[in-house]
Design a protein around this ligand. Structure first.
Ligand SMILES: Cc1ncc(COP(=O)(O)O)c(C=O)c1O
Length: 372
């Protein structure tokens, strides 16, 4: 086993590093903005997959967390967290058994529903165990991934209301298609337009069902836009806490070409392992440590700005100099901003925590691989 390392650039690579100063900045900035708007924050743990980080978000004021999958929720409950919303449908009898078992351990657990069959099955399974559960109606606001169509939403809601073991707590409306639109103005138009269905349906249900008080929505790209919508009660943002180049490169309210609100807390360290060519060197981070989505990872930290990463197979990447910049020597550790944070995080077991150049701890990525 490797001895404890105190300096960031002495960590074994490839590895993931969290800059705690930036992480805290992102957490507090989002929380303060949401609180100031009179809303609640329920950050999505699918991004960081780490119960210790979720706990930090809760300590900063979040009311609960989101999980994408049942197995993520199970890991969060195992870690002692509660008030978890599972944001995707859980439909098979096997998983519903597990869901109901988890609800027995964690009574504040909530799940979304988007189909009448699912309503019937979940209600029956809960009844068999003498339990009840809070649910949100998952509304399709244009992403078409999950969610009931707006035209069928009230019929589905009626089915939930009529189910003795289900409590309708609200509506979930995630407009994933809006999140990465580059122009802030176009993103604003899209988000406000597609969330109108959610607002109308939520209003109608709120007047009929006393427990229906939650309109849970939003992602990092539209967080400030959606806060303007009066009916929205909670934001389920995820990526803001870590950030990636896919998000850094969209416009924001104050900057047309840069998302100038949150900073990249997540870094991947990689080492130059071969330097036999005049125009590039090879580093030890490839497709098995960087998810290939959302563009190309970008050099950060003290590296010259004129160095560029290119994909170079499963285990390796290529670093080219774009100008006259000298190429780094073998053994040099470079810092990358990742292109898409969620699936990259899922490739690692741990985060190393740093302040400045010092390593101050580590957190297990305990929800890693929880894709079921
Ligand atoms: C249902 C749901 N809610 C919220 C989020 C958070 O979005 P973001 O990471 O863009 O903040 C996601 C991300 O995919 C999601 O699927």
């Amino acid at each position: 086993m490797r001895p404890t390392v105190n300096k960031k650039l002495e960590l074994d690579t490839p590895c993931l590093v969290l800059d705690l100063d930036i992480l805290e900045h992102n957490i507090h900035k989002m929380q303060a903005t949401v609180t100031r708007a009179g809303k609640s924050l329920r950050p999505h743990a699918k991004t960081h997959k780490c119960s210790a980080l979720a706990r930090m978000q809760l300590e900063a004021g979040a009311i609960g967390v989101c999980a994408a999958k049942l197995s993520e929720a199970e890991a969060l409950v195992e870690a002692g967290l509660d008030d978890i919303l599972i944001t995707g449908p859980v439909v098979t009898p096997y998983k519903l058994e597990r869901l109901v078992g988890l609800a027995g351990r964690s009574p504040s657990l909530k799940v979304v529903l988007d189909h009448a069959d699912n309503v019937t099955l979940l209600d029956r399974k809960l009844g068999e165990r003498g339990l009840s559960m809070g649910v949100l109606l998952d509304l399709d606001v244009g992403l078409h991934r999950t969610g009931v169509k707006p035209s069928k939403a009230l019929a589905l809601a009626n089915g939930i209301i009529a189910s003795p073991n289900l409590r309708l707590l609200g509506v979930q409306a995630y407009a994933g298609q809006a999140q990465h639109i580059r122009s802030y103005a176009a993103r604003k138009d899209t988000s406000l337009h597609c969330l109108q269905d959610a607002v109308d349906i939520f209003r109608e249900l709120r007047t009929r069902v006393p427990t229906c008080i939650s309109l849970s929505t939003s992602g990092t790209g539209t967080f400030d836009i959606d806060l303007e919508i009066e009916e929205i009660s909670e934001l389920q943002v995820g990526s803001y806490v870590l950030m990636d180049t896919e998000y850094l490169d969209i416009g924001s309210a104050s900057s047309p070409a840069h998302f100038a609100v949150f900073e990249p807390a997540l870094r991947l360290l990689t080492t130059v392992v071969s330097a036999s060519h005049t125009d590039f060197v090879t580093v030890d981070a490839g497709l098995k440590s960087l998810y290939r989505d959302g563009g190309i990872p970008r050099l950060a930290g003290p590296a010259p700005a004129a160095l560029e990463y290119t994909w170079f197979g499963d285990e390796y990447g290529m670093i080219r100099a774009t100008g006259d910049s000298p190429l780094p020597a073998p053994g040099t550790v470079l810092e990358l901003l990742v292109s898409h944070c969620d699936p990259t995080v899922n490739l690692f077991n741990d985060y190393y925590l740093t302040r400045g150049g010092e390593v101050v701890g580590s957190w297990p990525i305990d929800l890693r691989g929880c894709s079921q």
